[in-house]
Ligand binder design. Sequence first.
Ligand code: ZN
Length: 204
Amino acid sequence: MALRRGFKTDAEWYAQDVRRELGIPETGKLCPWSLAKHLEHIVVDLSSFQKEHPLDVARLRQCTGAKGFSAVTIHKGTARLVILNDGHEKPRQTADLAHELAHGLLHHVPLPLSDETGVRMFNARDEEEAHWLGPTLLVPGPSAHAIARQRLSIEMAAAQYGVSKELMRMRLNISGAFKRAKPHGLAPEGQQIAIRAPRLAWRC
Ligand SMILES: [Zn+2]
């Protein structure tokens, strides 16, 4: 599903607006846990349910990789509770939390987790928007261009922003930072590779 016209520009605006609110420079690193606190979203690690619900936690953790459970936001009145799978590596958790916060920033309407037949319910347009905004919050256009100008390697840039190499590479590609950095280009690892961001699945 295609994003609505102007959404990508709006996403960059959100990335800068939250930085302004948090007092972060436009190219600065955004900590999604700080943003969650700012947005009054309570973040709870999946592992904290281990003692009371060991089987549920085990089931949610049985799949790893892109298909593994990432996170879910539970709405109760105006309260927002994000359950985050802390079994993943930190960069994955960072992306997953940014994705959930993107839903919140965009005021997406929550849906029941599943319908009466047990089939997972989701809004494809909302997911596509959060799928775009989440990475943009973490690595907005100005950051991508700064990285390209500094000729940082993908590894260094990813470490600097606390994200995965895949997410960093995707944002550098999409933002056009590689093209602008020519003819010098990025450091060797930073070759222009057209890939999509990893899908942040809700369930196994
Ligand atoms: Zn989502």
